[in-house]
Design a protein around this ligand. Structure first.
Ligand code: NDP
Length: 301
């Protein structure tokens, strides 16, 4: 029997379990399924209903939320004939990490099989789920989003519909994770260099936090300029940035610590300077990277 007000969660990794837990706590009839059995013990104790198969899970609710490792994993469940059949006329909100192209392909597949489909991305860690701090991005048909928003709001946080293009949530996700992982690569490298200089991670942490706090206002300030093609570097020219990066590389390699990430960043800065834009800010690199042929040029160097 289908419970149109109920919700199914497919995928019970740490994030899937957090989502399902939030649905149960919000009082929704929540059915769960995971490829590997045994991950649903606490959820069932909390009140979730265990499904024996993904098609059974899909058939009992009007809305199925998928949260597995990636799009390929989601496809491997959704494209099973019995699951696709059970989902016909029902809605899937796929919150698994993906790429814009794969999300668009999944939406086209769903549309061809009578499955109503929204793509989404979760931009905050599991501890935020069910709290005001969670951030969810969605894309796909707006009416479908509005129809299911009341249930999705049980997950807490802010939900933003980014547009009808089903790849748009994944596009934001990719850009935001680019910021995140590049910062994490920098932090991991910074800790290695600091350790070589006898500074513990604990000692560095408050100062690293201070550096992190400088970034948000810089993002805001640069956004308007970049959209308008203004890369002004009046207060911090890219020549100065390249010099600072060279110090990091020298210190790092002096300790025998590889500095590949910083070498890549410094290389981009030097190329900008080489094209006569040394008075611009570091963000001029954005323009260099998006030029047609920019990638080929990078590969040649
Ligand atoms: P994982 O990314 O490790 O995903 C684990 C889940 O994927 C498990 O349910 C696993 O099933 C399932 N899975 C993997 N391969 C397959 C497959 N081929 N077929 C079916 N199921 C498969 O853990 P999370 O739960 O943390 O993440 C889920 C999604 O949420 C990911 O896309 C992640 O990027 C995203 N996310 C996670 C955050 C976090 O803080 N954890 C934060 C923001 C987003 P099984 O148990 O059988 O292996």
């Amino acid at each position: 029997m289908t419970d149109r007000s109920g919700v199914t969660v497919i995928g019970l990794g740490p994030m899937g379990r957090a989502l399902a837990g939030a649905f149960v706590r919000a009082g929704l009839r929540t059915t769960v399924w995971n490829r590997t059995p045994g991950r649903d013990g606490e959820l069932v104790e909390l009140g979730a209903v265990r499904a024996g198969t993904p098609e059974e899970a899909a058939a009992v609710s009007g809305l199925t939320v998928v949260c597995v490792v990636d799009q390929e994993a989601a496809d491997s469940v959704l494209r099973r004939e019995a699951v696709t059949g059970a989902l016909k006329g029902r809605t899937v909100v796929n919150l698994s990490a993906s790429t814009p192209a794969k999300s668009r392909a999944a939406a086209a597949w769903a549309s061809g099989h009578g499955v109503r489909y929204l793509d989404g991305a979760i931009m905050t860690p599991i501890g935020t789920i069910g709290t005001p701090d969670a951030v969810f991005l969605h894309s796909g048909p707006k009416d479908l989003y509005q129809e299911h928003l009341p249930v999705l709001e049980a997950l807490g946080g802010a939900h933003t519909h980014l547009g009808e293009d089903p790849g748009r949530a994944a596009a934001y996700e990719i850009a935001l994770l680019d910021v995140f992982w590049t910062a994490m690569a920098g932090y991991a490298h910074a800790l290695a260099v600091a350790r070589a200089e006898g500074i513990t991670a604990r000692e560095l942490a408050p100062f690293a936090t201070g550096i992190g706090a400088i970034l948000p206002p810089i993002f805001e300030e640069l956004a308007a300029g970049v959209d308008g093609g203004d890369y002004s570097g009046e207060s911090n020219p890219i020549t100065s940035a390249a010099s600072s990066m060279a110090h990091i590389i020298e210190t790092s390699e002096g300790h025998g610590i590889e500095a590949g990430v910083m070498r890549a960043a410094e290389g981009l800065a030097r190329r900008v300077i080489g094209t006569g834009h040394g008075a611009d800010g570091f963000i001029r690199v954005t323009d260099l990277l998006r030029r047609p042929g920019g990638r080929a040029e990078a590969a040649v160097r």
